[in-house]
Design a protein around this ligand. Structure first.
Ligand SMILES: [Zn+2]
Length: 434
């Protein structure tokens, strides 16, 4: 994927927003059609049938008919692809698209280029023997910094060229988010080559230090500054006080959204740069296996109607705050993007005990962890930053020995021993591994 910031003129932006509306409308129609399907019913219409129905709908509906047919058909095509990939893509069933939130449309290139087989020979039609022509996006370079692309109904739209060379793709997708237009050409980039040095790096992800590397480096994901956070609170307060439905309320919410979008942009930028650095400089990258979804699950609280302070007492606010700071670290994105850029070179190491095991002697003891940042081995006295210690364990692919079974045979349980059974006790598991 190569993505660029797009700068349409106001008239072009207006046209493109109607494209977004049409694409969303058609997509949602497809979602609705498929939501009616039940086991005993006939299968919901596929792409070809939907395209035929679209032609009919365009004839009956003036608003839809005025739009661009390619944009609408591509929305159906996107839906068909999303539907096919619902078990493998990780996104699940295609769902509703919302105005202001999911604004975008796909365009298939208008240029015609002869298609080639994998060995480079021209691709011929099996029946007629004619050359098969493929689609290609029409892009023009204006100068070193700017290029333009043909968008149906809008003519040439300029975008900021921030990469070397013009993108060569069959389709592109235009999105409008947080007041910014972007264009993403459908190109799968080549994976980054391993440096071939055999170096292994372990990465411990945390809240205080986003990524502690096993070579001692501590990388931090940029957050909003204190001043920016204060600004967010200010705008939220003003929005809360503005009368319902007033233009001020909308404006204040828009300002909040822009600041939050800035934070997300910063995080994404950091993740992209860091993952490229990791993929370029190490042969093997080891992450601890985290289940972020369960880690950031909402705190469960028993409702108590007589207790007005239950929200604070149950620690739900604290948990929500922790969740927010976990999600603000971009742990998942960093892992995912590193995996994309260095396929087959990223390994997930089971997380248990990586933070309690001494990286020098292998002793596992929860007393070794003196505080959030400090690690002093209770067996050999090795002292280190706790996150760095964990990342060295991860680099070695070494968590710990499995949690001791507390069940005595099938079904039976033995009573708890000691005060805390959350973490392993030294007399049970404090066995040096080598
Ligand atoms: Zn030790």
């Amino acid at each position: 994927m190569s993505r660029f910031r797009m700068y349409p003129s106001p008239a072009q932006a207006e046209r493109m927003l109607t494209h977004c509306a049409h694409a969303r409308y058609v997509w949602n129609l497809a979602v609705e059609q498929h939501s009616h399907w039940r086991r005993w019913r006939k299968c919901a219409p596929g792409f070809a049938e939907q395209c035929r129905q679209l032609t009919e709908a365009r004839r009956d509906n003036e608003w839809l008919g005025a739009g661009n047919v390619d944009v609408q058909q591509q929305a159906l095509n996107d839906f068909a692809k999303a539907k096919n990939a619902r078990f493998t893509s990780g996104f699940g069933e295609p769902t509703w698209r919302k105005k202001f939130r999911h604004e975008g449309f796909r365009v298939i290139g208008t240029g015609r280029v002869p298609e080639c087989n994998e060995d480079g020979s021209p691709k011929l039609n099996a029946q007629t023997g004619k050359q098969v022509m493929g689609r290609s996006v029409v892009v023009q370079k204006l100068n070193r910094r700017w290029a333009q692309v043909k968008v149906p109904g809008c003519g040439w739209v300029r975008f900021r060229l921030t990469r070397v060379g013009l993108p060569d793709a069959k389709t592109f997708r235009v999105t409008f988010r947080n007041g910014q237009w972007h264009i993403a050409f459908a190109v799968v980039p080549e994976p980054i080559m391993a440096p071939g040095t055999g170096e292994v790096i372990g990465i411990d992800r945390g809240v205080n230090i986003t990524a502690a590397l096993s070579d001692g480096r501590k990388l931090n994901c940029p957050q909003l500054t204190t001043k920016e956070r204060a600004q967010i609170r200010k705008h939220q307060r003003r929005a809360a006080r503005a009368p319902k439905g007033s233009p001020e309320k909308t404006a204040e919410y828009a300002k909040t959204a822009r600041l939050k979008a800035r934070e997300a942009d910063r995080r994404k930028d950091w993740c992209e740069k860091t993952s490229t650095m990791l993929a370029r400089s190490y042969d093997r990258v080891r992450f601890e296996k985290l289940n972020i979804k369960t880690m950031t699950a909402k705190a469960k609280a028993k409702p108590d109607p007589d207790d007005p302070d239950q929200y604070l007492k149950n620690g739900r606010a604290a948990k929500a705050g922790l969740n927010r700071s976990i999600l603000a670290q971009g742990w998942g994105l960093l892992r995912q993007r590193t995996g994309d850029k260095a396929p087959g070179r990223v390994v997930d190491v089971p997380a248990p005990y990586t933070s309690l095991r001494c990286s020098a002697c292998g002793w596992i003891d929860k007393n070794s962890r003196k505080s959030q940042a400090e690690f002093v081995c209770s067996s050999c006295g090795f002292a280190c930053n706790a996150d760095t210690n964990a990342s060295i364990n991860i680099a070695a692919g070494q968590g710990g020995i499995p949690r001791p079974r507390r069940t005595a045979g099938a079904g039976g349980t033995t009573p708890r021993k000691g005060s805390s059974v959350r973490e392993p006790q030294p007399n049970r598991v404090g066995i040096p591994l080598f």
